[in-house]
Structure formats: structure tokens, C-alpha cells
Ligand binder design. Sequence first.
Ligand SMILES: Nc1ncnc2c1ncn2[C@@H]1O[C@H](COP(=O)(O)OP(=O)(O)OP(=O)(O)O)[C@@H](O)[C@H]1O
Ligand SMILES: [Mg+2]
Length: 272
Amino acid sequence: MEEVLKHFGLLEPPFTVSPNPRYMFFTPQHKDALYGCQYTIEQKNGLAIIYGDVGTGKTTIARHIYQKYSDDPSYSVAMMVTPDLKTDTAFLRGIMAEYGVATKRSHAASIAAFRRAATKAYEQDKNLVLLVDEAQQMTKPMLEVIRVFLNFETNSSKFIQVILFGQSELATTIDSMRAIKSRVNVFGELKPMAESTTENMIDFRWRAAGGKEHPFTTDAIQALFVYSGGLPREIIKLASVSLMRAYVNKSPKVHVTMVVAAAKELRLKEGE
Ligand SMILES: Nc1ncnc2c1ncn2[C@@H]1O[C@H](COP(=O)(O)OP(=O)(O)OP(=O)(O)O)[C@@H](O)[C@H]1O
Ligand SMILES: [Mg+2]
């Protein structure tokens, strides 16, 4: 890897797929999603939903928010990942454990205990924030738990702010649950990137990794866009494999042929 970095004048690999907030390129829609979440949290408005296709940046935004508020002592932030949990009671218990609230034997008694803890937190000016990732896997009973939490409130403020991050099915599920849908303040959708945004993201990551001008030709950028369908994770994987091909060929530039070969290797098809 050292050799590759040296070849391209980089300090770090520019195209790793871990959701590192430092490599996040804030497009207008990513900014809107982030600001929508911050508004919901800071105004104590209750519920925001961030949804979009696979690999569009949901987990990265969730981590960004987690970092931002967990450093602030006036917030208590919990991050849950739905697939770890099976039932609504397990979900509730998981959340209570995150906030250090003792659970009770029955579901109803646990809800009551959590209500008391959330009320106390509110009175002590502690803002509870709950982030749920992979929320497309939440069952309706789990969403019902969230609805109950949103009833912990005064006339103007919720005692717990909830942000659900999930693939597009999440929005469809919410559409079918009127009681929860009417409590949503922000629906932030993350759509695939346009071709120009694709290049801007590549450029941003290249510079974040210590590079100067990125080495992709105009045709190569177009191919990145076409084969990735504009999905950020696919763009990054493709860019990473293409870059290795350029290195192996001792080429200072990444040419369209290298991207096409990389797309084949990753089994991507045009427009997918
Ligand atoms: N706006 C962006 N700028 C830079 N990189 C991005 C951007 N959006 C997503 N990525 C990158 O794409 C990859 C996938 O992002 P992330 O894991 O946040 O997606 P996701 O929406 O949570 O996907 P999934 O639905 O599969 O959980 C990560 O490497 C992330 O850094
Ligand atoms: Mg994710």
C-alpha cells in the first residue's frame, strides 16, 4: 500500500469503504439530512427519518451525529442497530440499557420506568437522543415503542429525540402507520449522486487523503458514475479497484479502460 500511496502522492488510502465521517463529502442533500437531524434534536421536536438506497451515506451521517452530541455533556446519545434485536421488548430493553436505566419484568412496567427516567433527564436539562440504524428492519411493534416514547413530552418539547436511518422500505413502512407518520418532522431522502457530484466526491476524498489533482480522466469519471449508478459505496469501491489497476500499469492517470475492467471484476453492470 505504501508504494501505491507514494505513486499517487497520497498520505492515506482515499477510497476505503468504512463510514469515516472525515471522508464524508457533504452534498446539498447530505447537508439537508444532517441539518434536519440537528434541528429535530436541538428543538426537541421528536422524530426524524433519514432514508435512501444502500450505500448512500446513512450510517456515516448517524456516526457524525453520534460524535457531535456524545461529546456534549448536555446530551445523552444512544445508537442502536436493529438487526441485533428480535422483539419489541428486546428493543426497549436494549435502549434502556444504553441509557443505564434498569428494566422491569413486564414491558409496560419497563415503559413506565423509562418514562420516569426520561422525565427526570428532561428536568435536569439533559437531552436524550436515540439513533437507530438499519431501521428498515424494525418491526411494527418496535415502531410502536418509538411512538410511545414520543408521548413523553410537555406542550412544547419531547423528552427523547429519535432519528431512524434506514433503506427506502423504512419510508414505505412509516407511510402505512399513520400515528407515527404524523409525528415525523423531517423526512430526509438520500438519492444516488449525479455525475458532477460523483467527480466532486472523488476530488474531495483525494484531497482529504493528502493528494492534489485526482488522477481520473473525464471518461473515467463518467464510467465510475455509469457503473456505480451514482451510489457512493459503489463509486468508492470502483474507484479503489481502478486506482490499483492504474498503479499496476505504472500509469499516473486512471483511464476509462481501467474503470471498465474494475467494474467487470466487481460484477457491476452499466446503470445498476
Ligand atoms: N457523501 C459522501 N461522501 C463521501 N463518501 C460517502 C458519501 N456517502 C457515502 N459515502 C461512503 O459510502 C460508503 C457507504 O456509506 P454508508 O455506510 O454510510 O451507507 P449506508 O447508507 O449506511 O448504506 P447501507 O444502506 O448499506 O447501510 C462509505 O464508505 C461512505 O464513506
Ligand atoms: Mg448503513
